[in-house]
Design a protein around this ligand. Structure first.
Ligand SMILES: Nc1ncnc2c1ncn2[C@@H]1O[C@H](COP(=O)(O)OP(=O)(O)OP(=O)(O)O)[C@@H](O)[C@H]1O
Ligand SMILES: [Mg+2]
Length: 379
């Protein structure tokens, strides 16, 4: 009998579209962000209508849909050159200039030795006759000198001119230099508030409908996830819990996702250190983080020296590329700035300052496991 053979099918399918659960997936419809999208369109109207420079600042906490909102806005913009750049790991003026040149189809191997004036001339040539929309995501990571460059870019308006959208965790006055603030204008910001449980539930429903087989989930399940992610207001966290829970149910060969899968998934996800955050890390930072995880085996905190020794071990194993002490130091500070680990200085300047490293609220062994998994999946 046919229904029998379906029932005895060895693995049940729960996820029918994995891509829709991916970080970076942009849904066709944004849930409950019409007012914010409209505010952004209003601010950018001179650019949209007449290619006149217009600038916006979008900010809000982790996972509140900043990147999605801005990507959504960009999708409908026509007649300007669209440049998207994340500053998280590429935060200097040269990184921004390279992004501009790349979008213009110019290949510049390195900008070493170029003066500020020469770089601006390159930008002007590359953007002649076309207005550019430069979107800088994770703008809170921008270096001071990069802000100086942006200020000059906005004042000089090289080529066909530049409009800018800055996206950040914190409000403009906490992130930008005074001169940059004054060229941008104070009035042009859009704040995204954390999602409440009701909205998270709608976002989850949209994803579940797109990604899961009908009948494998129900409203109660979404409610459970939404309630637990609501204290962070973080849609990314909510979607990751849904993804993990569905994967668990599927791996166990069940026909539906159960509350227990959600609880298991939540226990394994740290709100501050999600897998999607890990997958954004460049190799160098990822390996430094692995060294930290190893240095923290059985220790509450590790010194930078201990981390460095672990790193050398990784290099000997052929897992990481050799790097100097100061490179590891720099990477650790970047990881701390990104909120992935915490550092503390101890001692007095005369006797030598030591840097201590720790990871809060997350088991080091689990972190090591996650990173090793990611390395394997890439190999
Ligand atoms: N209003 C929304 N409707 C549908 N999906 C959303 C909405 N807001 C966020 N999401 C989804 O939630 C996830 C996180 O959103 P996004 O990456 O845009 O957040 P973010 O604020 O940029 O986070 P971060 O601070 O980590 O950069 C994405 O998968 C996104 O598609
Ligand atoms: Mg983002």
């Amino acid at each position: 009998m046919i229904h029998k053979s379906i029932n005895s099918f060895p693995f049940t399918l729960i996820i029918r579209n994995r891509r829709a659960l991916d970080r970076g997936f942009i849904p066709e419809q944004l849930v409950d962000r019409e007012a914010e999208l409209e505010a952004l369109r209003r601010i950018m109207r001179p650019m949209l209508r007449e290619r006149l420079p217009s600038h916006a600042f979008v900010y809000g906490g982790v996972g509140v849909g900043k990147t999605t909102l801005v990507r959504f806005f960009m999708r409908d913009v026509e007649g300007v050159r669209k440049i998207y750049h994340s500053c998280l790991w590429a935060r200097s003026s040269k990184d921004i200039i390279l992004a501009i040149l790349k979008e213009a189809g110019r290949k510049i191997p390195s900008l070493r030795g170029y003066s500020r004036g020469e770089m601006m001339a390159l930008v002007a040539r590359a953007s002649r006759g076309v207005h550019s929309l430069l979107v800088l995501d994770e703008a809170n990571a921008l270096l001071g000198e990069a802000m100086e460059f942006l200020e000059a870019l906005l004042r000089e308006q090289p080529g066909g001119g530049f409009s800018i959208i800055l996206v950040s965790l914190n409000p403009p006055d906490q992130v930008l230099s005074r001169p940059l603030l004054s060229v941008l204008g104070y009035a042009s910001s859009v704040q995204l508030r954390p999602y409440d449980a009701k909205t998270l539930r709608e976002i989850l429903r949209q994803r579940a409908e797109l990604s899961l087989v009908p009948g494998t989930w129900d409203e109660g399940l979404l409610e459970l996830i939404a309630e637990s992610a609501a204290s962070y207001g973080d849609a990314r966290l909510a979607i990751e819990i849904l993804q993990r829970a569905a994967e668990r149910a599927e791996a166990l060969g069940r026909g539906s996702v159960e509350p227990e899968d959600v609880r298991e998934a939540m226990a394994k996800i740290n709100p501050f250190l999600t897998e999607s955050k890990l997958s954004e890390l460049p190799d160098g930072e990822l390996m430094a983080l692995l060294a930290v995880a190893r240095a923290l085996r059985g220790r509450a905190v590790a010194s930078l020296r201990q981390v460095y020794e672990e790193y050398q071990g990784l290099a000997e194993e052929g897992l990481a590329e050799a790097a100097s002490y100061s490179t590891i130091h720099r990477r650790i500070l970047s990881l701390a700035e990104a909120g992935i680990l915490s550092v503390r200085k101890v001692g007095e300047r005369r006797k030598g300052v030591r840097l201590l490293v720790t990871i809060m609220d997350f088991p080091a062994t689990r972190l090591e496991e996650l990173i090793m998994q990611r390395l394997k999946s890439e190999a």
